[in-house]
Write a protein that binds this ligand. Structure first.
Ligand code: SF4
Length: 217
């Protein structure tokens, strides 16, 4: 390009060979720099809500980011930030919020990982500790492992949590699950436990009952 101070080279994303791929941006979304993206992701990793993240970005960079924009960034967790699925594995399921946040199928992988967005599916983002399962994992085994963890962690103060998690482990160890009994038991544990541990202990179990019948029937 020519300018008043001489000629210079200017690189643009457009080229005459037609290799330019336009980026589609949905309504209420915007593109942000790699630096801001990684900042958003690190704040997300600290367990901050979308509203808090947006507030900090506004404060630090003077730009507004919508929940849709933040959601687009968290959607890149597997493929871009974690290097994709391991060779020979495909994305089957994910735990959106650690041990008690439930288990959702890959088909629901585009849900916003935000407080309030997953509760309608019996899940929550909690600590934002996302765990990915592949087609070579069995969700029944994952839910059983988590129930064993809650059985171990139960302080024993209330019966539904202390006895319920123990009974759930025994039932879940059986080859074919007794669905009505496990549904009833998980509801009782959730409804009658007095703290968050017991109230959320059956989330993985309920999700596996609902979304992964092929793994336990
Ligand atoms: S629900 Fe909480 S208080 Fe009750 S036994 Fe479980 S861990 Fe203890």
């Amino acid at each position: 390009m020519k300018s008043t101070s001489g000629k210079f080279e200017l690189e643009t994303p457009r080229d005459r060979a037609g290799t330019f791929e336009p980026q589609l941006v949905k309504k209420h979304q915007r593109t942000v720099s790699d630096e801001i993206e990684s900042k958003i992701l690190s704040m997300y990793g600290l367990g901050m809500s979308y509203a808090d993240i947006a507030g900090h970005v506004e404060e630090m960079y003077g730009i507004g980011v919508s929940p849709a924009t933040i959601s687009t960034i968290t959607d890149k967790l597997i493929d871009e930030y974690c290097g994709g699925m391991q060779d020979g594995h495909s994305f089957k399921a994910y735990l959106p919020g650690g041990a008690s946040g439930g288990i959702l199928p890959a088909s629901m992988g585009d849900l916003p990982l935000e407080f309030g967005s997953l509760e309608q599916y019996g899940c929550f983002v909690g600590s934002h500790a996302v765990i990915i399962l592949s087609d070579q994992d069995n969700t029944r085994d994952a839910a059983l492992n988590l129930m064993r963890f809650f059985e171990d962690e139960s302080c024993g103060q209330c019966t539904p949590c202390r006895v319920g998690t123990e009974k759930a482990v025994k039932l879940m160890q059986q080859r074919g699950w007794d669905e009505p009994l496990l549904q009833e038991l998980s509801q009782t544990i959730s409804d009658a436990s007095i703290c968050g541990l017991g109230q959320a202990a059956s989330n993985p179990l309920r999700c596996v009952l609902e979304h992964f019948r092929e793994d336990w029937s």
